[in-house]
Ligand binder design. Structure first.
Ligand SMILES: NC(=O)c1ccc[n+]([C@@H]2O[C@H](COP(=O)([O-])OP(=O)(O)OC[C@H]3O[C@@H](n4cnc5c(N)ncnc54)[C@H](OP(=O)(O)O)[C@@H]3O)[C@@H](O)[C@H]2O)c1
Length: 384
């Protein structure tokens, strides 16, 4: 099956990646600032990045490239801009390439496993509930395809992660050629203001979203490195902008962003690409929240609240916050294809983007304002 690089053409989920002619809040054109920042590097670093200094002997240093096109649009993996002037040049084959996805019991993970399988990839679908015979693993197993391999995988359990590495290594056709893709998708969420959230809750969410991502990445990285493959981390728009009553989730996704950036820098010499997907609100299309889950979180939270917090805020205020969360969940998109397409692009394009923003325009604009404007303005616009 041909390994078709995805088109970088502008589409509704793509247009936001352009910010070439942008002006900054200081009124200075973005291109000027980028050029100034580039030229202010120490000379030693400039020399290393200069075209023509490829370390051919080691075969590790990637081909030097100009990160900015003549139009000032950032290119390639550096930013979330499109490659408007540099179309992908290579066409490769999916062949025996394999991808491991965590959290395939439901939601994006389940849909992605089926989608990539259809495209011809060998799928290792990590499922939390496989051994219990529940969740999506049964349906994936029922496909009876030798390209669809489910594997018990709790990302919080080091032994399970290590068993999964052994399973993948022993069943890959050529373990020496490694694993093409790792998609860190497993995640949980919760809600609640800082004063309402227990330390146990902070730790539970971080254990899956942050430490689970790091644990799984470290375990599979040698295989990915051998394949010069891809790591795709599913973060969230909440990994770029914080929100009241979402701190347990936001801190983990901010952590995933930082981890991914560090890993991207480190992996560049090894030609491993690290991409971040930051979905907006797709809650209606996944199992991340449900009215029942929100109610059960709220009941437990209220029961465990310190007396002073319960008394000072009062039940009425607490119930209003829970109702707000319920309505936020109902507003999400049921069509998860923008997320699935973004992850697919990250795994199949010869020039994947660093960041993908599958989200509707409201959230995209809000994210730009929250991340580019002074807080005095963005806070007033969106928070207070
Ligand atoms: N839905 C959205 O609007 C949205 C927006 C931004 C980002 N995201 C992110 O997208 C990712 C996928 O979430 P989703 O929306 O598809 O929700 P989902 O349907 O709940 O999928 C998350 C999956 O992760 C699994 N999981 C939970 N704990 C795990 C563990 N310890 N080890 C392995 N798997 C575990 C869950 O299994 P169980 O079902 O068995 O618990 C579930 O199958 C998450 O990282 C989430 O933060 C989602």
């Amino acid at each position: 099956m041909p390994f078709v690089p995805q088109s970088p053409a502008c589409d509704p989920h793509d247009c936001h990646r352009h910010h070439s002619e942008e002006e900054t809040t200081t009124g200075i054109p973005m291109a000027t600032i980028l050029a100034a920042a580039r030229l202010s590097r120490p000379l030693a670093q400039l020399a290393l990045k200069a075209p023509g200094l490829k370390d051919g002997a080691a075969g590790l240093r990637p081909r030097p490239e100009f990160w900015f096109s003549v139009s000032g649009v950032t290119k390639g993996g550096r930013s979330y801009a499109t490659t408007t002037t540099a179309a992908p040049t290579e066409v490769s084959e999916i062949g025996e390439r394999a991808v491991l996805i965590t959290g395939c019991d439901s939601g994006f993970g389940f849909a992605l496993a089926k989608h990539l399988h259809e495209k011809g990839f060998i799928i290792y679908a990590g499922c939390l509930l496989k051994e219990q015979g529940r969740g999506g693993s049964k349906e994936l197993d029922d496909m009876e395809s030798d390209h669809m391999r489910t594997v018990q995988l709790n990302v919080c359990d080091s032994e399970e992660v290590s068993r999964a590495v052994d399973f993948v290594t022993s069943t890959l056709k050529g373990p020496d050629t490694g694993l093409w893709g790792l998609v860190n998708n497993a995640g949980v969420s919760t809600f609640g203001e800082v004063e309402f959230t227990s330390m146990d809750t902070y730790k539970e969410v971080a254990e899956v979203n942050l430490w689970g991502t790091i644990r799984t990445t470290k375990a599979f990285l040698p295989l990915i490195r051998r394949a010069k493959g891809r790591v795709v981390n599913i973060s969230s728009m909440m990994g770029r902008m914080a929100n009241p009553a979402r701190s347990p989730y936001c801190i983990t996704k901010f952590g995933v962003e930082a981890f991914s950036d560090c890993l991207r820098y480190e992996m560049r010499p090894h030609e491993v690409k690290v991409c971040i997907v930051e979905p907006g609100n797709f809650i209606a299309g996944t199992s991340l929240y449900s009215p029942e889950r929100i109610k059960s979180i709220a009941d437990k939270m209220w029961d465990e609240l310190p007396e002073i917090v319960r008394r000072d805020y009062g039940r009425k205020y607490f119930d209003e916050q829970v109702a707000k969360m319920q309505s936020y969940c109902n507003s999400g998109s049921t069509d998860t294809s923008p997320v699935i397409d973004s992850i697919t692009h990250a795994l199949t394009s010869t020039t994947p983007y660093t960041r993908y923003h599958p989200m509707d325009y409201y959230w995209w604009l809000r994210m730009q304002v929250m991340t580019h404007m002074p807080a005095a303005i963005s806070d007033r616009l969106y928070i207070y």
